[in-house]
Design a protein around this ligand. Structure first.
Ligand code: RB5
Length: 145
């Protein structure tokens, strides 16, 4: 799967580790930065990944900041994006099954790397269930217009 990834300074260390993990899993990863842990503004990086997903240049996005919260708020401003801030593998599964989430935002400060790996694995291997969830997700997308 083609994955777009980025972080801010607070998520940089985990972003680097998670990028390697995604490559190990066999995914094609495009890293939208940053390239160091110098202080940056997370919306700049959320925008790059969200636009890659919105424009179908990537199938999924992964964003890491201190909490994942700011990244989710910013990414959800981009049309076609359903970004979710996830701290447990179970919620990653549900965000795919019920919400057809396409961007995952993670906490680099409050969630251990191993847990974030489990979250990513769940997020990338779980399909949208469709059915009764299809109309609900469509209603979310209709809010964009
Ligand atoms: C940066 O200090 C921090 O605010 C950012 O990484 C993120 O947690 C915002 O939601």
């Amino acid at each position: 799967m083609k994955i777009a990834i980025a972080s801010d300074h607070a998520g940089f260390e985990q972003k680097e580790a998670l990028k390697s993990y995604l490559v190990e899993l066999g995914h094609e990863v495009e890293d939208f930065g940053p390239s160091s842990d110098d202080r940056v503004d997370y919306p700049d990086f959320a925008k790059l990944v969200a636009e890659a997903v919105s424009q179908e240049k990537a199938e999924r996005g992964v964003l890491v900041c201190g909490t994942g919260i700011g990244m989710a708020i910013a990414a959800n401003k981009v049309s076609g994006v359903r970004a979710v801030n996830i701290v447990s593998p179970d919620f990653a599964v549900l965000s795919r099954q019920h919400n057809n989430a396409n961007v995952l935002t993670l906490s680099g400060r409050f969630v251990e790397l191993e847990t974030n790996k489990e979250i990513i694995q769940a997020f990338l291997t779980t399909d949208f269930e469709g059915g009764r969830h299809t109309g609900r997700v469509q209603k979310i997308m209709d809010l964009e217009h």
